[in-house]
Design a protein around this ligand. Structure first.
Ligand code: ZN
Length: 504
């Protein structure tokens, strides 16, 4: 039920906010990438954020994630608008897309769009001919000699061979580190890379079969028999020309561990830029960084600048006032009937008998940002501040929902994050800090939302630091006055000095 909700929510989002995202991205020169997941025999919920972080971390991409209906559900309405993007990246290995979507995708790529197939995306769609021409080679799914040759590097002959002998397509040995050997150092993707470099423990795909038309193998890896491999130099990185479109195919990236490998990250970043634009503008990577004696690893989230891990400096530059101190211009009340008034530059929310939760919400939506405010809350009143939240007529008739940074008197959960209105409950767990909030005083809250990471501080104390892959990455900010029990209250909550600093 919840998964289905997320999908419909996303489709609503795509119509309302993607255009804006796209315009912003075009303005700052970023490549627009659509990352598709939703079905995969691999853990796409874990790997999609890593792919997104890897791409966005190099500063060249703005990535939207599109999650398909779950396995077994109908894909009749799964019709992504590929045309908005420069490149489509697939982390998808599942049910066949509907005819219309297949044709749209073929038209997108053959018309000059970029496509990147990551690891098990090349297991997908054995029955879809055009898709197999795009990826060049694929594995499993009943693939055999009917689908095309094995393509291998023969070290003795110093050339690639195409082997049409009978046999299944797709295999791998144990997950071990292996050497990536560049076979063409003149291609834009590989030109700025060392000639050999180690990938951390990963599946080394072998025996892939496919049409292999207009395919160019950039790098191979030796699939060692000692660890269950084929004894062949198997293609790892490939480019394929499909009509006017460019395809980058990487077989690397089985799981989160494999995606820690710099070999995976740098080749994905460069390959995706090339697929999108035909060139690579990213800086050269030397053998000191991308080492060949042992695998170099890095948390993809670690590409976020270091200054984004410490508490934001609320006295620093770049902050903008969200509340003008005198009226509610730029804000709208949603859901309940609690009252909000302005008093001496402070927003005062007051409970109303019989009202559900009320929210005073920014009209604008925010994606990556730092937010700060001061708050003072009557004992007995639960409150909170919504971030990246939504209110849509087709979801519970406009019910405000999304991550809420909790506000309540100590001992309590102030600073922890609750998924308002979704039935999901607390996003943060465990919640050991109960006393950061000072009752009867002004309390300084600081929040950072960047990618799927949300961090909070209350009075300088770190409270939450989570990765939330389920909530929307973009939405409004809302000040909550909670509903109250009959014959209690009225209670008040006050906010002041509400400021935001948007992050790229
Ligand atoms: Zn795998």
């Amino acid at each position: 039920m919840f998964a289905f909700f997320r999908i419909s929510l996303f489709l609503v989002l795509t119509t309302s906010s993607l255009l804006i995202t796209q315009l912003q991205a075009e303005q700052d020169g970023k490549i627009m990438a659509l990352l598709i997941d939703g079905q995969n025999n691999h853990n796409w919920r874990v790997t999609t954020p890593l792919i997104q972080q890897t791409l966005e971390g190099c500063g060249r991409f703005d990535v939207d994630v599109l999650t398909s209906p779950a396995k077994g559900e109908s894909l009749d309405d799964f019709n992504p608008d590929f045309s908005k993007y420069d490149v489509v990246v697939s982390n998808y290995n599942g049910q066949l897309w509907n005819d219309e979507t297949q044709r749209a995708f073929e038209a997108f790529v053959s018309g000059g769009g970029g496509f990147v197939s990551v690891h098990a995306a090349d297991n997908s769609f054995p029955q879809w001919r055009a898709y197999n021409r795009m990826i060049g080679l694929g594995g499993w799914g009943g693939r055999s000699e009917k689908d095309g040759p094995y393509v291998r590097w023969k070290d003795g002959e110093k050339r690639f061979t195409r082997d049409l002998s009978p046999g299944r397509g797709g295999t791998h040995g144990k997950r071990v580190p292996f050497l990536v050997v560049v076979r063409d150092s003149d291609h834009p993707i590989t030109k700025g890379l060392p000639s050999t470099f180690m990938q951390t423990a990963d599946e080394l795909y072998g025996k892939l079969r496919g049409p292999a038309e207009n395919m160019h193998v950039l790098a191979t890896g030796f699939s060692a028999p000692a660890t269950g491999g084929t004894g062949e130099h198997e293609p790892l990185l490939m480019t394929i020309q499909f009509g006017e479109g460019r395809v980058f195919h990487t077989t690397l990236g089985h799981d989160d561990q494999a995606m820690q490998g710099l070999a995976f990250q740098f080749t994905l970043q460069r390959g995706t830029e090339w697929a999108a634009t035909g060139t690579v503008t990213q800086p050269e990577v030397t053998g000191e960084t991308l080492t060949s004696d042992q695998p170099a690893v890095r948390d993809p989230a670690g590409v976020v600048p270091a200054e984004l891990t410490a508490i934001p400096d609320v006295m620093g530059k770049g902050w903008k006032r969200l509340f003008n101190g005198s009226d509610f211009s730029g804000w709208s009340q949603k859901n309940g009937t609690a009252t909000y008034r302005v008093e001496n530059g402070t927003i005062v929310g007051k409970t109303a008998q019989g009202s559900p939760n009320s929210f005073m919400c920014t009209n604008r939506e925010y994606e990556n940002f730092e937010l700060t405010f001061e708050v003072k809350d009557d004992p007995g009143l639960n409150s909170g501040v919504q971030i990246r939240s939504l209110s849509k007529t087709d979801f519970k008739n406009g019910r405000v929902h999304g991550p809420q940074v909790e506000i309540e008197n100590s001992p309590g959960e102030s600073g922890y994050i609750y998924s308002e209105g979704t039935g999901r409950g607390w996003i943060t767990k465990p919640q050991p800090v109960k006393d950061a909030y000072q009752n009867g005083e002004w309390n300084r809250f600081v929040i950072r939302a960047y990618g799927d990471r949300i961090q909070t501080w209350v009075n300088g104390k770190p409270i939450a630091d989570i990765r939330d892959t389920e909530s929307s990455r973009k939405g409004f900010i809302g000040l909550q006055v909670h509903g109250i029990k009959r014959d209690t209250g009225p209670f008040e909550v006050r906010w002041r000095d509400i400021r935001i600093r948007e992050l790229q």
